[in-house]
Design a protein around this ligand. Structure first.
Ligand SMILES: [Zn+2]
Length: 105
């Protein structure tokens, strides 16, 4: 750890790049948009699961009446787990979003 910037040079408060326009944020950080938050990604995942549930429900409805009972039972069970996954991810999303709101205030 030898390289040190002179303490007289103002630095960006986000990335410590030297700033010489009198502000405390460099041009990059001023316009930087961070990647999607975990909450947003979970929201997308929940939407995908809902689409998947819709598709599997359609498969279930189209199964012949003489389809093997265990196969039908497994599809129904899988649908139940997908629904539960959506509920859990949605709940996590709500908590993360509330947490992010609290930090922003
Ligand atoms: Zn910066």
């Amino acid at each position: 750890m030898k390289a040190q910037t002179p303490t007289s040079q103002p630095q960006c408060r986000h990335c410590t790049v030297p700033v010489d326009d009198g502000g405390d944020t460099c041009a990059f950080c001023a316009s930087y948009v961070p990647p999607e938050t975990a909450a947003q990604q979970l929201d997308v995942a929940v939407n995908r699961i809902d689409l998947l549930r819709h598709d599997v429900n359609a498969v279930l409805r189209e199964l012949p009446t003489d389809a093997p009972l265990w196969a039908v039972a497994d599809v129904v069970t899988g649908l139940g787990h997908l629904r539960q996954a959506a509920v859990l991810l949605d709940r996590a999303n709500d908590v993360l979003e509330a947490d992010a709101q609290a930090v922003r205030r």
